[in-house]
Write a protein that binds this ligand. Structure first.
Ligand code: SF4
Length: 145
């Protein structure tokens, strides 16, 4: 089983080794190679398996200014203030495209098939990928029309 933020489903598909240092890249590659169509995915809020060895990880949160929130506690607290919830908004956007519910087990094949059926244009992901520093080297994003 793998736990992923909804947005990170996209990032995992489009991952490029140039984004992170060797240790983080190797870890993410190891996730990619262990996932197959039958792998169970649970979509979560907060640091996920993608974040586990990220150089920006800080405790149970993200050390980046534009990240997943300083701590998990902050993240849930921010949920009460939707205007400051860019990360939650991004996750909610992807959840809507997936028609999925958090913490519900799905096969990876279902998630990916639904994703490609629902999302075909970059404009659909403007709020998710529009400001991403990796979008020009992300194979998921660049493959969209
Ligand atoms: S462009 Fe950025 S946010 Fe969008 S899927 Fe790729 S890595 Fe993730």
């Amino acid at each position: 089983m793998i736990h992923l933020r909804p947005k990170h489903v996209l990032c995992l598909v489009g991952f490029n080794r140039e984004w992170y240092d060797e240790k983080s890249s190797s870890f993410i590659e190891s996730i990619r190679t262990t996932i197959d169509q039958q792998t169970i995915v649970k979509l979560i809020v907060g640091p996920d398996d993608f974040c586990r060895h990220c150089v920006h990880r800080s405790g149970d949160g993200c050390g980046r200014k534009v990240g997943i929130g300083k701590t998990l506690k902050d993240r849930f607290a921010k949920a009460k203030h939707p205007k400051s919830q860019s990360d939650l908004d991004q996750d909610n956007t992807v959840l809507t495209y997936l028609g999925a519910e958090p913490l519900t087990p799905y096969r990876f094949a279902y998630i990916i098939q639904t994703l490609y059926r629902s999302v075909q244009n970059k404009s659909q992901l403007e709020s998710v990928c529009g400001q991403c520093q990796f979008r020009d080297t992300c194979t998921f994003y660049t493959a969209l029309h």
